[in-house]
Design a protein around this ligand. Structure first.
Ligand SMILES: [Zn+2]
Length: 426
């Protein structure tokens, strides 16, 4: 098939001051999809001459863009999003842990996995990096549902053996064995990848973190996901539990879970030494904007990390985050940086949520752009989806302005169609 419309995607780093060579834009474009993959892209007239026997799906004046990539979220928190009145540690105990305990049930896990994927897709997200609960049932449910949709899913069983209710705790040995069994079952099957997932240092004993490092050593192609330096109380508590380490990141580093496949959620309050470790290890600092605002955690040091060549990701962190929409999270990221005297360019934002996140996963040959041979994961965006946008667009004169309108005034209603591996889901 050929998707017709205004086509836009990044071909290079969109964070540059003058990003004109970083993207391709076709005012009347054609995107050729064959089976699961992108096979060609160009001006519609040239494309239709070359592929005259193909069906054309006309998306008219809408923007055809690569599907969004969400680099950090929590699938068992579908029912936790929008929980009132707390900051991180109290929020976990009061809302999150009681809900996550329900995922011991296979049925409940399945029901919530279906809802979770529906919410992601409706918001234009076609690749997700997700924490599951401590139970293997939750991991099986999420990968099963993602496989049915041929969706790229990176996920793992949370490892946690202390500082949480008893019914949510594993042991160092059981977490090691369960994770290893899940890796054998799911890693690199369909479009799934396993992420070794110690929740964070507070809920893992030294023995468990050591075994997480052993899992990493034995399974070098797996990802690693955890949380780092989200809020001040958390950092203080963490260092009281691990007094012999230089800083928070050192705990992970010394236990062998920091490398170029590590996705460290939040990474807000960092020392200079921690930033150097990020640079050397090529670990990814994953920004969670709506979550940071909602839980009052802090203001992500984007300019400093970007200038330091730290690899960066952006995500929703649902359910600490308050929106499944990457557009809403880009909007929050912009507002956070306004407090830090840095105006986040819309090209940077849209690059970040697609090719930027793909590069942070090392998956840029599979997702994040319309490069030939990548999966046909596509979102169709409508910049006129509500009255405010529609009126504002009357005077919009450039693509940058339009992207900024989409990010600031748009959201779930901006998503008109979604394709995953060439199949239409919305
Ligand atoms: Zn998180």
């Amino acid at each position: 098939m050929i998707l017709k419309g205004r086509i836009f995607h990044f071909v290079d780093d969109g964070r540059k001051e003058n990003p004109e060579n970083s993207f391709e834009y076709f005012e009347m474009g054609g995107l050729v999809v064959s089976g699961k993959k992108i096979v060609d892209i160009g001006d519609f007239n040239k494309i239709i001459a070359k592929y005259s026997d193909h069906d054309v799906i006309d998306h008219k004046n809408n923007l055809i863009f690569p599907g969004f990539i969400d680099l950090h979220n929590h699938f068992p928190q579908v029912q936790v999003i929008s929980s009132y009145g707390t900051q991180l540690l109290e929020w976990l105990n009061k809302y999150t842990f009681p809900e996550e305990a329900k995922f011991i049930s296979e049925d409940y896990s399945k029901q919530q996995a279906k809802k979770f994927l529906k919410l992601l897709i409706t918001n234009g997200t076609t690749t997700s990096v997700s924490f599951c609960s401590v139970h293997k049932e939750s991991v099986n449910a999420l990968f099963q549902e993602a496989s049915k949709k041929n969706m790229c899913m990176i996920a793992g069983k949370v490892m946690m053996d202390r500082n949480a209710p008893k019914n949510l705790l594993d042991t160092p040995q059981s977490s090691y064995e369960d994770s290893q069994a899940l890796i054998s079952k799911w890693h690199k099957k369909n479009r799934n990848f396993y992420a070794i997932t110690p929740r964070f240092a507070i809920t893992s004993s030294p023995e468990q973190l050591k075994l997480a490092g052993k899992l990493v050593e034995n399974n070098p192609s797996c990802y690693i996901q955890t949380h780092l330096s989200e809020n001040r109380d958390e950092i203080e508590y963490t260092m009281s539990l691990y007094p012999n380490y230089r800083h928070y990141l050192d705990i992970y580093l010394q236990n062998g879970i920091v490398n170029n496949r590590s996705l460290l959620g939040h990474s807000i309050h960092l020392s200079g030494d921690e930033i150097s470790i990020f640079e050397q290890s090529k670990a990814v600092a994953v920004h969670c904007p709506t979550s940071n605002l909602f839980l009052g955690s802090g203001l992500f040091p984007l300019k400093e990390l970007n200038n330091s060549n730290v690899r960066l990701g952006i995500s929703t962190d649902v359910g600490g985050g308050t929106s499944y929409s990457m557009l809403n999270n880009l909007d929050a990221a912009y507002k956070i940086q306004q407090f830090r005297n840095f105006s986040l360019n819309p090209k940077f934002s849209f690059y970040w949520a697609t090719l930027g996140n793909a590069k942070s996963l090392g998956l840029e040959n599979q997702i994040g752009s319309f490069k030939k041979g990548t999966f046909a994961d596509i979102v169709v965006l409508d910049s006129l989806s509500n009255m405010v946008s529609k009126i504002r667009m009357e005077t919009c004169e450039s693509l940058d302005e339009e992207l900024f309108v989409l990010q600031t005034l748009g959201g779930v209603q901006s998503i008109k169609s979604v394709y995953i591996a060439g199949n239409s889901f919305l």
